[in-house]
Design a protein around this ligand. Structure first.
Ligand code: ATP
Length: 277
C-alpha cells in the first residue's frame, strides 16, 4: 500500500521572523494561529474558524514558507503534500493518500491536544474544475478531489485541523473547493515591493558577512520583479562568489554580480514554471 509522503515537522522551526515583506498576510493568519493553539477555547468564545485557507500568489513568494511558519508559531505539527504528487498515480491511490493524510493529522491533533496543519501545495493540480474532460467524474484526479471534499466536510472544527492550500491559479479551481466551509478564506501572497524586498534581503543576509559598502535598500531597488526565492538565491550566489574570490566579506560587487546571475540563471524557479502563470 502506498502511504502518503508526509512531511514531518521541519527540523528547524520556521516562524514569522523568517517570512518577510508579507505583513498583511501574517496579520490575516494570526487568527488561525490563535485557534490552532487552543481550538477548544476559541469555540467556547463562539469564534467561527475557517477550515481552509487558500494562499494565492506567484511561485517563490513564500506560500510554503508562511504555511510552515503558521505551524511553527502555533507549535502544531505540519503535514504536507503537493497536488502534483497525485497526478501520476494509479487509480484509487490518490484518494487513499488523502484519507491517510487526514487520518495522520487527526491522530497528531489528538495526541498533542492542539491543532494540526495540512498543507497542500499546488492544489490546482488536483483541484481543477471537474467534469471538464472525457471520462466525466471517473478519472483519478477527480476521485482524489472528491475524497478531499469528503474529508473537508467530515472533520469537526473541534479537532483543530486547518487546511492550507497554495495555488497561483485560483481561477482554475473547482468552485466546490471555494464554497463556505471549505477554502473560503483567501490570503494573497504577492511579489514583494521594494520595502518587502529589502526586508527579505535582510532575513537572507543575516548569516552572511556583508561588507560596509552593501546597502540592502539599493539592492532592493535594483531587483524589481524578484520573488522571495530569487532574493534568497541572490544572497547565496553572492556569498559563493565572495568565497571564490577569497573575500573577507560579501561586497557590493558580488551582490551586483549575483543579481545578474539570478536574472540569467537557468534555475530561476519563477521562469521555469512560468507557463503556468
Ligand atoms: P511555490 O509556489 O514555487 O512552491 P512558494 O510561494 O511556496 O513557491 P516558497 O517555497 O515558500 O515559495 O519559497 C521558496 C524559498 O524562497 C523559501 O524557502 C525562502 O527561502 C525564500 N522566500 C520566499 N518568500 C520569502 C519571504 N517572503 N520571506 C523570506 N524568504 C522567502
Amino acid at each position: 500500500k502506498v502511504k502518503a509522503r508526509l512531511g514531518t515537522e521541519p527540523k528547524e522551526k520556521v516562524t514569522f521572523a523568517d517570512v518577510a515583506g508579507v505583513d498583511e498576510a501574517k496579520e490575516e493568519l494570526q487568527e488561525v494561529i490563535e485557534f490552532l493553539k487552543d481550538p477548544k477555547k476559541f469555540q467556547r468564545l463562539g469564534g467561527k474558524i475557517p477550515k481552509g485557507v487558500l494562499l494565492v500568489g506567484p511561485p517563490g513568494c513564500g506560500k510554503t514558507l508562511i504555511a510552515k511558519a503558521v505551524a511553527g508559531e502555533a507549535n502544531v505539527p505540519f503535514f504536507n503534500i503537493s497536488g502534483s504528487d497525485f497526478v501520476e498515480m494509479f487509480v484509487g491511490v490518490g484518494a487513499s493518500r488523502v484519507r491517510d493524510l487526514f487520518e495522520q493529522a487527526r491522530k497528531a491533533a489528538k495526541t498533542f491536544g492542539r491543532g494540526a496543519i495540512i498543507f497542500i501545495d499546488e492544489i490546482d493540480a488536483v483541484g481543477r474544475l471537474r467534469f471538464s474532460g472525457i471520462g466525466g467524474g471517473h478519472d483519478e484526479r477527480e476521485q482524489t478531489l472528491n475524497q478531499l471534499l469528503v474529508e473537508m466536510d467530515g472533520f469537526d472544527p473541534q479537532e483543530g485541523i486547518i487546511l492550507i492550500a497554495a495555488t497561483n491559479r485560483p481561477d482554475t479551481l473547482d468552485p466546490a473547493l471555494l464554497r463556505p466551509g471549505r477554502f473560503d478564506r483567501h490570503v494573497v501572497i504577492d511579489r514583494p515591493d521594494i520595502k518587502g524586498r529589502e526586508a527579505i534581503l535582510k532575513v537572507h543576509s543575516a548569516n552572511i558577512k556583508l561588507a560596509a559598502d552593501v546597502g540592502l535598500e539599493a539592492i532592493a531597488r535594483q531587483t524589481p520583479g524578484f520573488s522571495g526565492a530569487d532574493l534568497a538565491n541572490l544572497c547565496n550566489e553572492a556569498a559563493l562568489l565572495a568565497a571564490r574570490y577569497d573575500k573577507e566579506a560579501v561586497g557590493k560587487k558580488e551582490m551586483e554580480a549575483a543579481i545578474e546571475r539570478v536574472v540569467a540563471g537557468p534555475e530561476r524557479k519563477s521562469r521555469v514554471i512560468s507557463p503556468k502563470e
